[in-house]
Design a protein around this ligand. Structure first.
Ligand code: MN3
Length: 296
């Protein structure tokens, strides 16, 4: 089962200005083939489908616990996309064409379908697909796939970072570059334990340190790249049989922390009357308040 916490992985800066086309690019990191929806669903199905969970418990614990982190990454990228779309339209009567900018931004569909929020799709508007999930049932093959998936995801994050300097996008990508680096190393270490092959010798892929990115350096300095969480109150502790030793990128001790990171408040979105979202005016809200408080 899953328990939900109303916190976001990190605090996202919310500048006055948005960048709707940056939001369209960031969609790739959400619903692209190598986006967070893919890492989430790959590990989720692999954990559901895992055979011999008891015998191979450290590997099961690894895939199961990272699943929960990926859920939070989907949440983080979605929130980033929502913040990036601030200021795309203006509030006015319909005949003043308040959504006129929607014709000229790359993701016109977002203004029409989701009131300027995230979509379960990629940077080109393609829907996320279930066949992005690889769950072969062969442990080494699935781990190898996950290693590849995380390295591909890292590449896409680096390229989107190079595409936009919007502070919200960069904060999110800087953090996820570091957390993605943790998952790359975790799958590399799992593969080494499963096969004896030292995958870490080929890292980093692409061959560029996270510290080159201004917005990732802060998180590297905080040691965010050395920690693997269990994302549980008492389960998945056997990840400590895989996540041990030192981090080859900085020589520091790897740490397993029980539970979840502290997190930050979830950003709220103001109303967009021109999108009829949420479509509850002052009069309706007064009626709703009365009904909420009434003993029915
Ligand atoms: Mn992730």
């Amino acid at each position: 089962m899953f328990k939900r916490v109303n916190r976001l992985a990190i605090e996202l800066p919310i500048p006055e200005y948005g960048d709707a086309n940056a939001a369209a690019a960031v969609q790739e990191l959400l619903g692209g083939k190598f986006g967070e929806m893919s890492t989430l669903n790959n590990y989720m199905y692999q954990s559901f489908n895992f055979r011999q969970k008891g015998k191979l418990k450290p590997f099961y614990d690894l895939v199961a616990s990272i699943t929960a982190e990926e859920f939070g990454h989907v949440e983080l990228v979605s929130n980033t996309i929502n913040i990036l779309q601030r200021g795309t339209s203006f509030t006015a009567e319909p005949d003043l064409t308040p959504l006129q900018n929607g014709k000229d931004v790359r993701n016109t569909y977002s203004l029409i379908a989701t009131a300027q929020t995230s979509l379960a799709g990629d940077s080109m508007g393609n829907p996320w697909r279930g066949d992005y999930v690889f769950s072969s049932g062969n442990l080494v093959l699935d781990l190898l796939h996950n290693f590849f998936l995380e390295v591909g995801a890292r590449t896409h994050k680096m390229r989107v970072y190079e595409m936009t300097d919007h502070p919200t996008a960069r904060e999110m990508i800087g953090y996820l570059l570091v957390r993605g680096g943790v998952h790359i190393l975790a799958y590399a270490k799992a593969l080494e334990i499963a096969t004896g092959v030292d995958m870490t010798k080929m890292l980093p892929i692409p061959s560029l340190d996270n510290r080159v990115f201004d917005h990732a350096r802060k998180y590297e300095d905080q040691g965010v790249g050395n920690v693997l969480f269990t994302w549980s109150d008492g389960d998945y502790k056997d990840i400590n049989q895989i996540w041990k030793g030192t981090n080859p990128s900085n020589g520091q001790q790897l740490i397993v922390k029980e539970g979840i990171p502290e997190g930050a408040p979830v950003p709220d979105l103001s109303d967009l009357p021109e999108e009829f979202a949420p479509g509850i005016g002052r009069d309706e809200f007064e009626q709703i308040s009365k009904r909420l408080l009434a003993n029915m």
